[in-house]
Design a protein around this ligand. Structure first.
Ligand code: SF4
Length: 406
């Protein structure tokens, strides 16, 4: 098989137009087979570390593989993104060759067959860093608290992060409001946290200057998810309620890639947007911008959308599912960004939120099932965290069944 390594983006250092930067790469062909072999070998080693019976080991590996197909789709992983010696193929799985990767898989193995000793309790935690935001997005789920008085200081957030790290978390997704308004606090928080957890920032692109992207990278940030809700600049600006927001996205993507941060776009697909041709135009733009991932979110009737008829129709969900499968498993689209679509697995295997594998901590430190499903259940700073998590799990997800993948 032909070795192919596509340079996904060659964006120069914005401070020096002649400077060469480390490009994000899509690994395909023979090299992809080789990477996949070593990733599987690493997982095999993790299983062997805890189980020596070959029959049991085989059973665990088969279950892991079957779970992957149930969650991500029927095909094999057909590309990897290489950044800083780590290989990524899923936005919510830490890249290989890292402690976060090992701990993520230990936790998944533990769900199949209990491992003696401690494993991660969560794959990821969404934590809102601030209520402040300069935008007025059509779909904002934090709309009711935006720009109200802050409650959590840096010390509070550091305490919450430590509490959850003690329980074991593979990834933290830092959200808001606009988290980049507290960039220095994010840097300090990451620097003071324990190793073995990846940190991501979810942003509108605001304030993701080259200097800030560099600061975050040096602190240990893994990646950035930048919201872009339309391929057309004016439509995006209208959706976000700010005339410069498309420009921020372009600059943020450039600065993030130039700083070797894993870079993703996130789109909230509205009823008026969903069509095969619009999705393809968006994917073409994402490829041109050089991002590694595109995340598809479905609109939910909460926050700014509260009381509105925004839920997609089943035929629109079908268009999204077909697009998701085509882009990730059809060889013709191998050099496009990898698509993440939560609706695909949620409708098949249930939801991983509500404390199953993830949960959401809002700007007051209150716990919720996920960022799109609000139901305050205890507080991360007050009372017993274990009791609050147990209550959250008992309540479950409001929109989907709880995950049937233990
Ligand atoms: S969705 Fe995010 S960027 Fe938009 S207004 Fe809400 S907090 Fe701000």
């Amino acid at each position: 098989m032909k070795t192919k390594e596509i340079v996904q983006s060659k964006i120069p250092d914005p401070r020096n137009q002649d400077a060469k930067i480390k490009a994000q790469k899509v690994i395909l062909g023979f090299k992809k087979e080789l990477v996949e072999f070593f990733v599987r070998l690493r997982i095999l080693r993790i299983v062997f570390r805890h189980f020596q019976n070959p029959v049991k080991v085989l059973k665990i590996l088969k279950t892991l593989d079957s779970n992957r197909r149930k969650i991500s789709g029927p095909g094999r992983v057909n590309k990897f993104i290489k950044i800083n010696g780590r290989y990524f193929w899923n936005l919510y799985i830490p890249g290989s060759n890292s402690l976060a990767f090992d701990r993520f898989f230990e936790a998944e193995i533990n769900r199949i067959s209990p491992i003696p000793g401690k494993t991660n309790r969560f794959s990821n935690i969404f934590i809102a860093f601030t209520k402040k935001c300069p935008l007025k997005c059509e779909h904002c789920f934090e709309w009711d608290v935006i720009n109200k008085k802050e409650k959590l200081g840096l010390n509070d957030i550091q305490m919450i992060i430590k509490k959850f790290q003690l329980k074991g978390v593979a990834q933290f997704q830092i959200t808001g409001g606009e988290p980049m308004l507290r960039v220095d606090d994010i840097v300090e928080m990451i620097q003071s946290s324990h190793k073995g957890t990846d940190f991501w920032v979810l942003t509108s692109g605001f304030n993701l200057t080259y200097a800030n992207a560099q600061k975050l990278k040096q602190a240990g940030l893994t990646g950035v998810v930048i919201s872009l809700d339309h391929f057309d600049p004016e439509s995006h600006n209208l959706f976000r309620g700010f005339k410069k927001s498309y420009q921020w996205v372009e600059e943020a993507v450039r600065n993030s890639i130039a700083s070797s941060l894993v870079t993703a776009l996130s789109i909230c697909v509205t009823k008026t947007f969903v069509s095969e041709s619009n999705l393809m135009r968006y994917a073409e733009l994402a490829k041109k911008l050089g991002v590694s991932f595109v995340q598809i979110l479905e609109p939910k009737a909460l926050g700014h959308y509260s009381g509105k008829d925004v839920q997609l129709a089943p035929e629109q969900e079908k268009i999204l599912e077909e697009f998701y499968l085509k882009m990730n498993f059809d060889k013709r689209f191998r050099d496009f960004p990898i698509i993440t679509y939560h609706g695909y697995y949620q409708r098949r295997v249930g939801c991983f939120g509500a404390g199953n594998r993830h949960l959401y901590i809002d700007t007051d430190g209150d716990l919720h099932p996920c960022p799109f499903c609000f139901s305050k259940t205890g507080n991360a700073l007050d009372g017993s965290l274990d009791d609050s998590i147990a209550e959250l799990q008992a309540k479950g997800c409001h929109s989907f069944n709880d995950s049937n993948i233990r």
